[in-house]
Ligand binder design. Structure first.
Ligand code: FAD
Length: 569
């Protein structure tokens, strides 16, 4: 009968070609049951990007639990905080990158990597469309599709020109390793060009005018590196033209480094003034042509144009086209980055997570959630709560929204929290009744005041680590949830995981001349030569491998002994 032959055939194949035959099909079915239980299919995790967020996720993920695929056009991880040092040859480009496959091999991780660019995320079909970054396949087509159960979007950001005319065509950027290498060649080009015969003094001044647009940490650090390169190396090699060199920083805000403590901003401005670096604050660049930068004074409204030889644009980050396309698909078109919840899952998008510069944690629901918490707490609908209950609510809000906690620390919310804290210390006041509406008014502008976490490597790395930790304990936390109470949705009980909580570990700003400024936790500010040594030790210790650590430290030593290499290769 047909049943016998089919079963026999299947078993023959399954037993590796040996002859196995059964008299009836029911027996065959029984026998075809596997004696050992087949392991369930591993869930497919696809990671887009090998920057700070993506590699931190991959380094901490237990890859034996998942079928992991990584897609990135860059087959290495770049230590971006040292990119400004690459622009002037203080550190070599290869010293700050670590091949991604080497990272997996060292950690014995079973990960598949494709050197490709994702150009479309299809959340409905749970697949990503990719294009090879290294030529085509055998069929002459470089495009392919990768499906996923979970997608981790760690695409980072791109430069943002704010549609300023001429910026794309005439400015250099400092975002990728290749950008830093281009800047290095261009600086040397400017010096060689200004050294050619038959160049007027005016022309020399123009060629050797280096303009940095954007006074944030990257722009300031590049200006400092460039100044060191000029005074320590180039003036010795090009003594005849040193008097024509000028560095200018254009900053739209009132101070450079305005995300740092004001003492650091002032220290940096004074130091730059001493070094001869011109700092133009309160000016917005409105046009860049091939030889002029036009800027507008924010106070007077007047415009001035300055001739320049080389301009570096370092004035903000924008969204990658693939992220923009995905945001359009999921109704987030008006945003600048992917909106996630506190668990870093993209809003209204199951199984897709976003970490690093391409994502930001939603703040729009904070007030909604706060209102829900009040409703839940006001069991008897009296419109009032005791101070003790309100204090518990504040604590709950802080667990759910670490950003609110940050805000409370800095703004008048602290007074409210302290008021309540001191009140509940007193047993009479603990039961004091408070009108909910009155209290909500005090919280009224939380939404607009809460600051989002910044787009830095620190945040990206912490988010990658947090998300990998959630993935590692996904099964365990299903039965042992550790998060706060759910307030919305059909599922009752607790959230599986605690929300992501950013821990700020401080930030550095190297200012050149072996001086740096640092803002450390606990409002600790440090500036000067000793801080530069702290910077050296922190950045050496933060290297991702011993190989890059040795390379970076030997580059620093080489620079101390022999100076920087000014050859244009
Ligand atoms: P990235 O590190 O940019 O990684 C994005 C990844 O996505 C890359 O691997 C990229 O190749 C990949 N990718 C891009 N497009 C695609 C695509 N279509 N498909 C697949 N993959 C794609 N932060 C600090 O905290 N401290 C500092 O001192 C500091 N200094 C900095 C200096 C400079 C010059 C720069 C540019 C940045 C600096 N930052 C610093 C910021 C920090 O680098 C970023 O916040 C951080 O890189 C963000 O990490 P990310 O993983 O989100 O993005």
């Amino acid at each position: 009968p047909a049943g016998v032959s089919t079963a026999a055939l299947l078993l023959t194949a399954a037993s590796g070609g040996g002859i196995v035959a059964y008299a009836d099909s029911s027996r065959a079915e029984e026998a075809s049951e596997p004696s050992e239980q087949v392991a369930p299919r591993k869930k497919k995790v696809v990671v887009l990007g090998t920057g700070w967020a993506g590699t931190s996720f991959l380094k901490n993920l237990d890859c034996s639990r998942y079928d992991v695929k990584v897609i990135s056009p860059r087959n290495y991880f770049a230590f971006t905080p040292l990119l400004p040092s690459v622009t002037c040859g203080t550190v070599e480009a290869r010293s700050i990158v670590e091949p991604i496959r080497r990272m997996f091999e060292k950690k014995k991780k079973d990960v598949t990597y494709y050197e490709a660019e994702c150009f479309k995320i299809d959340a409905t079909k749970k697949a990503v469309h990719c294009r090879s970054a290294v030529g085509t396949n055998l069929d002459g087509n470089g495009d392919f599709l990768v499906d996923y159960d979970y997608l981790v979007v760690a695409l980072g950001a791109t430069v943002n020109t704010f549609n300023t005319p001429g910026v794309m065509e005439h400015c250099y950027f400092l975002k990728e390793v290749e950008d830093a290498q281009k800047i290095r060649r261009s600086v040397v080009d400017c010096f060689e060009k200004a050294s050619l015969p038959n160049i007027s003094e005016e022309e020399k001044r123009k060629i050797l005018h280096f303009v940095i647009i954007g006074g944030g940490p990257t722009g300031v650090e590049f200006a400092a590196e460039l100044h060191d390169f000029l005074v320590e190396d180039l003036v010795k090699i090009y003594p005849a033209i040193q008097e024509f060199v000028k560095i200018t920083i254009i900053q739209s805000g009132e101070h450079i480094l305005n995300m740092f403590d004001q003492r650091i901003a002032e220290f940096a401005e004074t130091k730059f003034l001493r070094d001869g670096i011109e700092v133009c604050t309160g000016f917005r660049v409105v046009n860049v042509s091939d030889d002029l930068i036009t800027m507008k004074s924010k106070s007077a409204g007047s415009e001035i144009s300055v001739p320049y030889g080389m301009a570096v644009w370092s004035a903000g980050i924008g969204t990658r086209p693939v992220t923009v396309d995905f945001m359009h698909q999921i109704g987030q078109a008006k945003r600048r980055s992917l909106e996630t919840n506190e668990w870093l899952r993209v809003r209204e998008c199951d199984s897709v997570y976003a970490i690093g510069d391409c994502a930001s944690i939603s703040q729009r629901k904070i007030m909604e959630d706060i209102s829900t918490i009040f409703k839940i707490a006001d069991k008897d609908n009296s419109g009032t709560l005791t101070l003790k209950e309100i204090y518990d609510i504040l604590e709950d809000i802080c667990i759910r929204y670490p950003q609110v906690e940050l805000y409370m620390k800095s703004m008048h919310m602290l007074d409210i929290a302290q008021l309540i804290e001191s009140a509940i210390g007193d047993s009479h006041k603990e039961s004091m009744v408070v009108d909910i509406e009155e209290f909500k008014k005090a919280l009224g502008h939380v939404d607009s005041q809460v600051k989002s976490v910044p787009a830095t490597a620190q945040v990206a790395a912490q988010q990658g680590y947090y998300l990998a930790d959630c993935f590692n304990k996904m099964d365990y936390c299903k039965d042992h949830p550790e998060g706060p109470l759910r307030m919305t949705g059909s599922a009752a009980g607790h959230h599986n995981f605690r929300p992501f909580r950013y821990k700020h570990l401080g930030q550095f700003a190297p200012l050149g001349g072996e001086q740096a400024a640092a803002e450390l936790p606990g409002d600790w500010v440090s500036m000067g030569h000793s801080t530069q040594w702290l910077w050296y030790s922190v950045y050496a210790s933060k290297q991702v491998s011993w190989r890059t650590r040795v390379l970076v430290v030997s580059d620093w030593t080489r620079r101390f002994i022999f100076g920087r290499d000014s050859s244009r290769i």
